[in-house]
Design a protein around this ligand. Structure first.
Ligand SMILES: [Zn+2]
Length: 319
């Protein structure tokens, strides 16, 4: 934080409530306690106290349950807390959540996470997917020169029974070279500020590429890709300028144009997935969220992870 921002930040301390002051002091002292976790989660309930069941405002506090304030809605007579309707609702052991968030930030395996938090592996596994479910990238816009390219991840039915082929061990290799039904395409698009979007594609086609790119591409963007034939019709349908590098003819760079940013993202994604030894395809989306949450921004604080998991803040677009 530069000096000017720091002064602006300091000046806002006067506006903190007494509870926020206490929580801030604890945070600064490096003690993310259960109270700090609870304080962060309670931020989901804004001052309007809108009911997640009927959307009416003005709910009243009726005691506490599992550490969280319990709200009563006078309109629909239902109760709720800060986690109602989120993937974290009804998960127990909140006192371990900061540690678990740190474990997600470090990219720990299930076994390491479980040992670190003192919970069963099955619990660590469930938490991982619940924590990642609400993580969103927020409203991302890719501007200026935008690189897009697909990478392929080996399709895996890890953990499933009744395979119609011999099981591969720990990730393994596809039996055929090149693209086949054994490979899942993942599109990665990034602009030069570092803002990155990734998505699993049902198949590499102009329509599927457009479905991912259209909502995130600024209308003035310049899309740069390799020579894959699905991009020109996709760019034309979106009305976006497009340049294709002829990589088969050895053209890697043309002036400012290249796709090295996304290709290095591909490498980071693959090494992240390798660390988890062959990710089941049904969980690949969850791992992509994890990649955006903790790998691209390089080890966010446990607090930032928890805020993303509780749907309070989107993940930080990385640089
Ligand atoms: Zn209500």
């Amino acid at each position: 934080m530069d000096h000017h921002d720091y002064l602006a930040w300091l000046s806002e301390i006067d506006d903190l409530s007494s509870y926020q002051r206490i929580a801030t002091v604890r945070l600064l002292a490096g003690q993310p306690s259960l109270e700090a976790v609870i304080g962060l989660l309670e931020e989901r309930i804004g001052t309007a106290r809108n009911c997640p069941h009927c959307a009416a405002g003005g709910a009243v506090i009726r005691g506490r349950s599992n550490g969280l304030k319990r709200y009563f809605c006078k309109i629909c007579s239902k109760t709720f807390n800060a986690l109602t309707g989120t993937p974290l609702a009804r998960l127990r052991h909140k006192d371990c959540w900061t540690e678990f968030a740190g474990s997600l930030s470090d990219g720990d395996t299930v076994k390491t996470s479980a040992a670190r938090c003192g919970v069963a592996s099955s619990t660590a596994f469930r938490w991982r997917h619940r924590f990642l479910r609400a993580v969103t990238a927020g409203a991302i816009k890719l501007r200026g020169i935008v690189e897009a390219d697909e990478t392929f991840v080996l399709s895996s039915r890890k953990g499933e029974r009744n395979l119609d082929r011999k099981a591969r061990r720990r990730g393994g290799k596809a039996s055929k070279r090149g693209v086949s039904h054994e490979q899942v395409p993942v599109l990665v698009a990034a602009d030069r500020s570092g803002a990155t979007v990734s998505a699993i594609l049902p198949a590499v086609s102009a329509a599927h590429l457009q479905a991912v790119l259209q909502p995130v591409l600024d209308q003035d963007a310049l899309l740069v890709t390799d020579g894959c034939t699905s991009y020109p019709p996709c760019a034309a349908a979106m009305g976006i300028s497009h340049e294709a590098l002829n990589q088969t003819a050895g053209e890697r760079v043309r002036g400012e144009l290249h796709i090295q940013t996304v290709n290095s993202r591909h490498e980071r994604l693959k090494s992240f997935l390798r660390r988890h030894r062959g990710v089941a395809t049904k969980y690949l989306d969850s791992y992509l969220r994890w990649f955006h949450l903790a790998v691209l921004p390089r080890q966010p604080t446990p607090r930032a992870v928890l805020a993303a998991a509780a749907g309070i803040l989107p993940v930080r677009p990385c640089a």
